[in-house]
Design a protein around this ligand. Structure first.
Ligand SMILES: Nc1ncnc2c1ncn2[C@@H]1O[C@H](COP(=O)(O)OP(=O)(O)O)[C@@H](O)[C@H]1O
Ligand SMILES: [Mg+2]
Length: 313
């Protein structure tokens, strides 16, 4: 009796020769053939190690485009997806915020890295609400729940308020930068953290250091005059654009060699939209003039104020 194994489900599997390769796989390179793989398949694979303690992946790509600084962007801004942010230490702790130094660099291009100042607003119990109401007056609050929460100073309110200050400092930095005023370039905002240009100077040993506050310097008479001229020019430009710094003093101005850089802008107010606008401008003029007078430059805050107002309207 003949038996056809092809139709018999109980027949044993055919035995295949040891070097049998099913048709579908015949085109694949064998172990010896690997070196002949076409060049276009031979891409350069570079691995990135996970961030260590005190590091995180760069947050550049995780924030909304509007939370990144204005164009044209300085060429030192690091935008690489593989970049890592490394905490370098704290620059200063303050009532509302702490300022840290953060380096952002792609591990495969360490020379292209940059050190930035990271200003982080606090939302802790210890945050003060000093003058908060007069600064935020007139600033539109979209959700009345937010407004009520801030009034109650609830936990939710504190969180919103910290974000509010960060957002208002961010908006002021962007506006001032776009006007051409001497402020640090605003790199990005991520919730309560603002990353900005680190204002630094090179010391006698060739090391980069944080630029001193104007209050810590004793400039020569010529430089003192030049500093005052720079500041009056900056104040005039602010006033002509209808804004007031609101907390200007020799502590919120950095001396970068012969150039002054204005910082700490969350209290920026409208000159006319805020009922305290004029008072804040007057106080800014007084603070600045006090310091210059103490260093020996004969300046008058009333004259400065009058000159600014004359230019504004
Ligand atoms: N962009 C910056 N570059 C260099 N130093 C900075 C920068 N921003 C802040 N600092 C330093 O941190 C200090 C506190 O920052 P500031 O914005 O004035 O916050 P605060 O509200 O605590 O006064 C400044 O006096 C200055 O020494
Ligand atoms: Mg300050």
């Amino acid at each position: 009796m003949s038996h056809d194994s092809r139709n018999d489900p109980h027949a044993a599997e055919p035995t295949l020769p040891d070097d049998f390769i099913p048709d579908a796989y015949r085109h694949l390179p064998t172990a010896e053939g690997v070196s002949t793989v076409e060049e276009r398949f031979d891409f350069d694979f570079r691995s990135y190690n996970d961030p260590q303690d005190g590091q995180r992946w760069s947050t550049w790509l995780s924030v909304e485009p509007l939370c990144r600084g204005p164009e044209p962007r300085p060429d030192w801004v690091v935008t690489s997806q593989g970049a890592v942010d490394t905490e370098l230490g704290i620059l200063k702790t303050g009532k509302e915020a702490d300022v840290h130094l953060v380096e952002r660099a792609d591990p495969h291009d360490p020379d292209g890295g940059v050190v930035m100042a990271a200003k982080r607003y606090r939302s802790s119990e210890h945050r003060t609400f000093h003058r908060a109401a007069s600064y935020t007056e007139g600033r539109s609050m979209q959700r009345s729940r937010d407004e009520r929460a801030i009034k109650r100073k609830s936990t939710f309110g504190r969180r919103i308020a910290a974000g509010e200050w960060a957002v208002s400092e961010w908006a002021a930095l962007v506006r001032f930068w776009q006007l051409g005023l001497p402020v640090p370039y605003p790199v990005q905002i991520d919730e309560v953290e603002i990353l900005m240009e680190w204002i630094s100077v090179v010391d006698e040993d060739g090391l980069q250091q944080t630029a001193p506050r104007l209050a810590q310097t004793r400039p020569s008479p010529e430089r003192l005059q030049s500093y005052f001229d720079q500041l009056s020019g900056a104040l005039a430009m602010m006033v002509q654009n209808g804004v007031v710094h609101g907390d200007l003093s020799a502590y919120n101005i950095l001396a970068q060699g012969d150039r002054l850089v204005i910082i700490d802008l969350p209290q920026m107010v409208d000159l006319v939209g805020n009922v305290n606008g004029m008072d804040f401008l007057q106080r800014d003029c007084a603070n600045v003039c006090d310091w210059f007078r103490a260093r020996g430059l004969q300046v008058d805050e009333h004259a400065l104020f009058a000159e600014l107002i004359a230019q504004a309207f």
